[in-house]
Design a binder for this molecule. Structure first.
Ligand code: HEC
Length: 482
């Protein structure tokens, strides 16, 4: 059983407890001055921490009502409730209690909440970060080790404040979307090969809507469609002077489990007036992952919800253009992963003007298991880690949004270095068949190698201003820390 460092799971540690009781007995039964007793108590506390026994004492304290309910209500219930995408409900003690050992395991291994992003490597301040703190993990682990007690009945566990399933993720904060663009309705059979829906829809983008900068965007499969929609890309098509429509960029990208995107408030991402949206929806009949229902889904519809800034927002000084684009890690046609083998891809991208990297979302399928983003600075020869996801899984696609204060500011000519790793052996828990040759392609069983990155395109002035602002903040926080 794998555990996080410093944690002791159920069943281990009993003999150490016995040893400590013996030593405690020894201290109280020999004659020592108060100072010596304190010293030994301190030493003991150190020894206890060393053998990982801090939770033996924690067992006395942690209860569902007082400590655990709040963590679960804030971090788990959103999916683990009636109509949510989680396989069981975790809304009250009676529902949570039977799952306690599995909850302990999934939480200690950082598999739940489902947000794989490495600690200690690169930027850690992310918007919409679902990771629990180490303290929250320790609380749940200690509570389960103590037999998952309900606790004092007079202490009422807090009620979960969560959105109802089917609601837009940003609704609580931003209200209903200003514009919803649905795909056509499509019935998905219970089983069979992958299906793709490609269609162009007219979202009715009048000039007044189109001039508005996008504040947030979410793609949401309606109802049961969430189980079968593997990904849904929305591409913007604009009309040229001859009346022909051609591809002008990406609106957003959705892949299973994705939450949505919020655009930083110093940039403008727009949709051109009169633009049409091409849907490119990839469906997997029967579903993939633990939520697969293996049944016919009728009336499959995917919707884009868009929230806009007010009308004058884009005209303010210092607002820069941002776009979300696909950055490849080599040609997909070259991607060939041998049976029971491994593979790695790399991609390099640079810009002739300074940029800020606002978000990073690696993309692959069932064999991809890790990804990273680094920046190489030719001027100094230094390479800086930005993000790493070592336990990547195709069932959870997150766009990692960097907090504006720490989003990488990159001078012209610096190089984004993208790396992705693939494991086609039986050790990869998502691998449906390690004996198969895997090639680049669109089917779920094929592989892909690219990343979606939101870039703010700066000029020298905008770059230097942001670098200087950070310097000031950094200096004041250093000054304030002593
Ligand atoms: C974004 C939605 C989401 C959130 C948030 C979430 N879960 Fe889950 N959980 C799922 C889904 C979907 C599955 C089944 C698929 C999987 O394992 O990835 C699952 C599986 C599990 C399982 C394994 C069940 C089994 O039978 O194998 C446990 C235990 C669990 N979650 C506990 C938690 C706990 C505890 C939290 C909060 C600390 C949490 N989850 C947060 C969606 C979520």
């Amino acid at each position: 059983m794998k555990t996080s460092p410093g944690l002791v799971l159920n069943g281990q540690g009993g003999s150490n407890l016995y040893l400590i009781l013996l030593i405690e007995n020894f201290i109280t039964h020999i004659f020592l001055g108060e100072k010596e007793q304190m010293k030994i108590a301190k030493l003991l506390a150190g020894a206890i921490a060393l053998v990982g026994l801090q939770d033996v004492f924690a067992q006395e304290q942690f209860t569902y009502n007082e400590h655990v309910a709040q963590i679960i209500n804030e971090n788990c219930v959103v999916c683990h409730q009636e109509g949510g995408i989680g396989p069981m409900h975790l809304t009250n003690f009676d529902q949570v209690r039977p799952w306690a050992p599995l909850i302990q395991l999934k939480v200690a291994n950082r598999e739940m909440p489902p947000y794989a992003y490495d600690h200690g490597i690169g930027i850690q301040d992310l918007i919409g970060d679902w990771r629990l703190t180490q303290e929250e993990i320790n609380t749940i682990v200690a509570w389960v080790n103590a037999g998952s007690p309900r606790g004092d009945v007079d202490v009422i566990a807090p009620v979960a404040q969560v959105k109802t399933p089917g609601q837009w993720n940003f609704e609580a904060e931003l209200g209903a979307p200003d514009l919803i663009v649905p795909s056509s309705s499509y019935d998905i059979p219970a089983n069979g090969n992958d299906l793709w829906l490609r269609e162009i829809v007219d979202p009715g983008l009048t000039a007044s809507v189109a001039s508005n900068c996008i504040k947030a965007v979410q793609v949401k499969p309606r109802g049961d469609a969430a189980a079968v929609v593997h990904h849904a890309n929305s591409i913007v098509f604009t009309e040229d002077e001859n009346g022909d429509f051609s591809r002008s960029g990406m609106l957003t990208e959705y892949a299973m489990g994705k939450w949505g995107e919020q655009v930083p408030d110093d940039v403008c991402r727009t949709l051109p007036a009169g633009a049409q949206i091409q849907w490119n929806i990839h469906m997997f009949p029967g579903g993939v992952g633990a939520t697969a229902q293996g049944k016919m889904i009728k009336g499959n519809v995917v919707e884009i919800g868009l929230w806009f800034h007010g009308e004058e927002f884009g005209e303010q000084d210092g607002i820069y253009k941002q776009d979300l684009a696909q950055y490849s890690l080599g040609s997909q046609d070259d991607l060939v992963i041998p049976p029971n083998g491994y593979y790695m891809t790399q991609g390099f991208h640079s810009f002739d003007h300074p940029v800020r990297v606002d978000s990073f979302q690696p993309h692959g399928h069932l064999r991809m298991n890790a990804a990273s983003l680094e920046v190489f600075y030719p001027a100094t020869g230094r390479t800086e880690p930005i993000s790493q996801i070592s336990k990547w899984s195709a069932t959870w696609h997150h766009s990692h949004l960097y907090e504006p204060d720490v989003a990488p500011l990159i001078p012209a000519g610096a190089v984004l270095v993208l790396k992705q790793w693939y494991d086609n052996t039986a050790n990869n828990p998502h691998n449906p068949d390690p004996d198969m040759w895997v090639v680049g392609g669109s089917r779920t069983g094929d592989e892909m190698t690219h990343a979606w990155i939101a870039i703010t395109h700066l000029d020298d002035e905008g770059y230097e201003k942001r670098v200087a602002e950070r310097q000031v903040k950094q200096n004041s926080s250093v000054a304030g820390s002593d």
